[in-house]
Design a protein around this ligand. Sequence first.
Ligand code: PLP
Length: 474
Amino acid sequence: MPSLLPDHRTRGTLLHQAANTINAYLEHLAEWPVVPQFNNAELRRFLEAFEFETPQDNRQILAKVCQAMERWGIHTAHPRCFGLFNPTPAFPGVLADLLVAGYNPQAGAWHQNPFAVETERHLIRYFAKRFALGENAYGHFTSGGSEANTTGTLVALTRRFPDFPQHGLRGLKAQPVFYGSAEFHHSFDKIARQCGLGRSALRQIPVTDADVMDVDALAARIRQDRQAGFAPFMVVATAGTTNAGLVEPLTEIAAVAAQEGLHYHVDAAWGGGVILSDALRPLLAGIEAADSITFDPHKLLSVPMGAGMFLCRQHRWLGDTFGVDTDYVPDSDIDGLDNYRQSLQFSRRFIGLKLFMSLAVAGREAYGRQIERQFEQAQKLAEKLRTEGWHVVNGASMGVVCCVLPDLPENADPGTAYEAIASAVRQSGEAWISTTRLGGRPVIRACVTSYLCRENDLDVLVNALSRARRETLG
Ligand SMILES: *Cc1c(COP(=O)(O)O)cnc(C)c1O
């Protein structure tokens, strides 16, 4: 079918057209409003014109899609998108994703594409070593943090209940339960359902005044659960909480998990990237005691979505959890660690290439320094906000700044007021920020997500916030 593979010349034209458009987009990104104004009816009309009965010209479709990409979505790559961890994509990673789509290697099994599989293994070993997980550590790439957290939960269930792969939860005598703090990531809410545990299996431990897990409360809850006949199997600590970028007390939580014989999973989806920086690495002290780790290169390391990583202390845990025998996959694995027998996925995209190319091009040290700069920008932002009368409540940890107004009018509901302010900032198009609740208190949240963010961008945000505050509160 010529439309699925146009001739050599047309392909060249199309690739140039796509490349030029992306190149221009990245060049002029900062001039765009971060949040374009649009109405959804327009978008629907655009889509309804596609009935897929009459074939259309490749070049026109490409042009229309590029326009749509620029028109109907927040520009997450923008230096003033102070958002939910969607960074400006690292350019070597953009190239990698193009190559992966073009060559379409199958990374599920070694014999299919040794380059893809060995490249990912090389990266897995590299990061396992940096996280100091020991000689037998292993892992794989995932679509993101959610998949990696699911993997951690399944590995934990298998370790704790060896019959689990065979008989499932039905085979257990007691109801399994697991622990995270009230600030842990909501992927676990879905994971509890997806794994058949149910949301009641998820114990949310209260946080301290510092908004991290209260370790004494954790130990007490585990004892209480055991007495009540439940079967605890896993403790999750978060290294870089989504709301506030805080690292929970990793060493203390590890001690409780070890004492109770529970699998210890550290969700470092956001924070894990600091492992590349010599200066920031101590923030993750204690992570080396983890049994497994979630880490998203598509967050702090800025590679295009989706790129997550799951690492664990013993490679055999993965085989115990996911091992299958198939007749249709040739048995030519060099070390018995084929991805399709070690992970949730079967067919597998070569996810690791975008990290491989980005890391190779930038070098570890420069990468680490970039993350340091991003965190410094957040510190600067916190200072600027303080000067403007905001109260920063989280110490600007890991690039995330959470702030409140100490002088809200008596009759104002803080949640409503902050949402009105954040919404006005977004509407101005000058920056994207959001609100959340930290330890139950409403806050405005700004995360320095883009490696392009400069001091001037912080000033634009602070001015937009001040203006929105005057307009909404008078
Ligand atoms: C982002 C994040 C996740 C979820 O990762 P996805 O890549 O969005 O699936 C899990 N945990 C933490 C702490 C996160 O920041």
